[in-house]
Structure formats: C-alpha cells, structure tokens
Design a protein around this ligand. Structure first.
Ligand code: C5P
Ligand code: MG
Length: 154
C-alpha cells in the first residue's frame, strides 16, 4: 500500500486541472507543472507503495523540463516504474478537498482519465470530494488538497 498527499495554492488566471480533466472555473491551481493536485497525490501513492521515493525525486520542480507539464506524464511514469518492478496496481482511492466548485459532475470523467492513464478498469479507481467546511486555508478557498491510497500486488 502507498499513501499520497498534495496541496496547491488557488490563484486567478490558471486552469483547474484535476486528474487530467479541466474543470471550468474562474480560478485555478498554481504550480510549476499543470498543478494537478490529484495526479500528484496518486503519483506519490504509487511510488510509495513500491518504496520508490517521491514525485519531486523523479520530477524536480527546479527542472525547466517539467514547467507546465501535463501531470498525467508523472502518473504514467510512476505506473511504468512499479510495473518494471513486477507489480500491478490493484486499486486507487482518493479524495480531493476543495471548497468550490462542486466536482461531483466531473467524477466519471476524472475516474476515466486516471484509469486510462494507469491502464486500469474504471471500477478500480475511486475519486471522492470534500469541502473543508469553510475552515483553514482550504475552507477559505486559498488552496486545494488531495489524498490518495494505492494498493499493488506482485
Ligand atoms: O464536504 P461535504 O461533506 O459537505 O461534501 C458533501 C458532498 O459534496 C461530498 O460528498 C461530495 O459529493 C460533494 N462535493 C463536491 N465538490 C466539492 C466538495 C464536495 O461535489 N468541491
Ligand atoms: Mg503538486
């Protein structure tokens, strides 16, 4: 099993990309890559399950190569690394914590995009959504967080 967590600051003038899906919104997420907070958490969970370090070790944010990068590239790379080690991904569960917009209408699209990237059936990929009840930086609309857990089998 592997655990992943990520946070990105909310800012105007950037897209809101979650699990490779662009969610229509008047603000987005700040970051060196496309700031896909969900893809980053799932990538860390995959790497963590195989003790392969973390996303920053494989894709340093100081490297101009990853500027504006589609984070599904990171996700796919993490999957390829664990497959090379003889593992298959059993399932992915995740939560995005974001005050707004409402994400439930995008659940199927996000699950499908992550599943396709990882070469999994969609019923092996779960994505949940929570607000932070207006409390703290997430609740005040200043950031978005994501958590993920991944199981592998050999
Ligand atoms: O945070 P809270 O428990 O109030 O969220 C209730 C429901 O609203 C969640 O279970 C989820 O289905 C949905 N939700 C959403 N988009 C968000 C936050 C929550 O669709 N950004
Ligand atoms: Mg990140």
């Amino acid at each position: 099993m592997g655990l992943g967590w990520d946070v990105h600051r909310i800012t105007a003038g950037r897209p809101m990309i979650l699990g490779g899906v662009t969610v229509p919104c008047e603000f987005g997420l700040e970051g060196h890559s496309d700031a896909d907070v969900l893809a980053h958490a799932i990538t860390d969970a995959i790497l963590g399950a195989a003790a392969l370090g973390d996303i920053g070790m494989h894709f340093p944010d100081s490297d101009p190569k990853w500027k504006g990068c589609d984070s599904l590239v990171f996700l796919r790379h993490a999957r390829d690394l664990v497959v090379q080690k003889g593992y298959t991904i059993v399932n992915v569960d995740s939560t995005i914590i974001l005050e707004r917009p409402k994400l439930k209408d995008f659940r199927i699209a996000i699950r499908a995009r992550v599943a396709e990237t990882l070469g999994l059936d969609v019923d092996r990929v779960s994505v949940k959504f929570k607000t932070a009840e207006k409390v703290g930086p997430v609740g005040e609309g200043r950031s978005a967080e994501s958590q993920a857990i991944v199981t592998l089998e050999r």
